[in-house]
Design a protein around this ligand. Structure first.
Ligand code: CTP
Length: 398
């Protein structure tokens, strides 16, 4: 594989020498693109000797080969380690004032940035915003490790170990089995909003991350993917058909329309169980007499149960989710079992929420039940890891 190893100007650049060796030993062709500042820490000769390739930093070197476009275009993976605060800022604003940033603009392959800087710089709102921007565009930004920094100071900001960076980078391009080729999968993700008036709604805290991870994983395994997206707070993956839906009713229509020819329907969206009976067209005013209004709610259609009982296509695999907290009446799993029996889906993915678990984070921990409430698999890790475990369980149903 052709890998570009970008190196920005930080003391941790010396660790990238080992990263370069690891990538080369794994059999990859590595082109090192340091910034000018990086060469203050590790010289050109080291990079050239270990990579066996010429090393340039500026867009005005090797102009005859149009290096600023060629390097990014031919890359199959770009890794930048260390990524300094300055590099993150330049990448986030799309600058192209040296070969590394020009390469980042041109590259269409997976990009992994491994930041390293002082804790203050990492925690500054400017850096936080730059990292969020890059992540929203699909760039993978590792969290730095906490520990001893350049001086006597300690805190988050250390470059992760070269082995960990190499592992994370190569995982981005690991070829997946194309075992969903020829399948159409429909995934609902996010959380519905049920309007009360033009400015207010009943909503929930679902970010849509797990549903989006399922869409990405299915795409990577060869499926045609329809993602019914309800108010996502994360970017949608490329290469999938996105159908936006705001309310439960819109989501139901979109899912049912797409499900007609689907092999699999996964209801990962958090759908409101109740909605206000009427959504008024003008803004509700605060009552002048201090009497709090009483809102009348009506039950919404249970889309998952409807799909499971109706079976729009005879051989369709229907998958539901159950976010449970557990309570006096039963544990997370007991509630999950009861829900599996009630909903009639082929698989129910149960996860514990509350206390910071499940919502808005990148980690998940799930138990997958069949329609009778029997555990068929468990998975924990990033939402991408969990997504692949769910597809593995789905594939066993075909
Ligand atoms: N779901 C649905 N339509 C609804 C509500 C929920 O399709 N109106 C789906 C969700 O997408 C999810 C599953 O049902 O896949 C579980 O939702 P949940 O709200 O946990 O189920 P409920 O039956 O509402 O159970 P609870 O009493 O725990 O809220």
């Amino acid at each position: 594989m052709r890998i570009v190893l970008g190196v920005a100007g930080g003391i941790a650049a010396y660790k990238s020498v080992l990263l370069l060796r690891l990538l080369r030993e794994a059999g990859h062709e590595v082109r090192v693109v340091p910034t000018r500042a990086a060469l203050e820490f590790v010289g050109r000769a080291t990079w050239e000797a270990l990579s066996g390739q010429p090393v340039t930093t500026d867009v005005f070197e090797d102009v005859d080969q149009v290096a600023h476009v060629a390097v990014g275009k031919s890359a199959e993976l770009v890794v930048v380690a260390p990524a300094t605060a300055d590099l993150l800022a330049r990448a986030a604003t799309g600058q192209a004032d040296d070969l590394l940033t020009a390469t980042l603009l041109v590259a269409r392959c997976p990009v992994l940035l491994a930041p390293a800087m002082h804790t203050e710089m990492w925690e500054h709102p400017a850096t936080v915003a730059n990292v969020a921007t890059l992540r929203s565009r699909g760039v993978h930004v590792l969290d730095p490790e906490a520990g001893r920094l350049t001086g006597a100071d300690t805190g988050p900001g250390r470059l992760p170990e070269p082995e960990a960076i190499a592992r994370a980078a190569l995982a981005l391009v690991a070829t997946r089995p194309q075992d969903l080729t020829g399948r159409h999968v429909v995934i609902s993700a996010g959380g519905t909003r049920e309007p009360l008036d033009p400015v207010r709604f009943f909503g929930n805290r679902s970010s849509g991350r797990q549903g989006v991870a399922l869409a990405r994983a299915a795409r990577d395994r060869g499926a045609r993917v329809t993602l019914v997206a309800a108010n996502l707070t994360v970017a949608t993956p490329s290469g999938v058909d996105v159908v936006p839906a705001e309310t439960g009713a819109e989501l139901r229509d979109a899912v049912r329309a797409a499900a007609k020819d689907a092999d699999v329907v996964v209801m990962a969206a958090a759908v409101a169980d109740y909605r206000p009976r009427t959504a008024v067209e003008t803004k509700l005013k605060k009552s002048p007499d201090g009497v709090a209004p009483v809102l009348e709610l009506v039950e919404t259609v249970d889309i998952l149960a409807e799909l499971a009982h109706e079976r729009l296509r005879a051989d369709q695999v229907v998958v539901g989710f159950a976010a449970e907290t557990g309570d006096a009446a039963g544990s997370v799993l007991e509630h999950g079992r009861a829900k599996a029996l009630r909903k009639g889906a082929d698989l129910l993915v149960v996860n514990a929420v509350g206390g910071g678990r499940g919502f808005g984070t990148d980690a998940n921990d799930v138990t997958i039940l069949d329609g009778r409430g029997v555990v068929v698999a468990t998975s924990s890790g990033t939402k991408d890891v969990v997504a692949h475990a769910i597809w593995d369980a789905v594939l066993l149903r075909f």
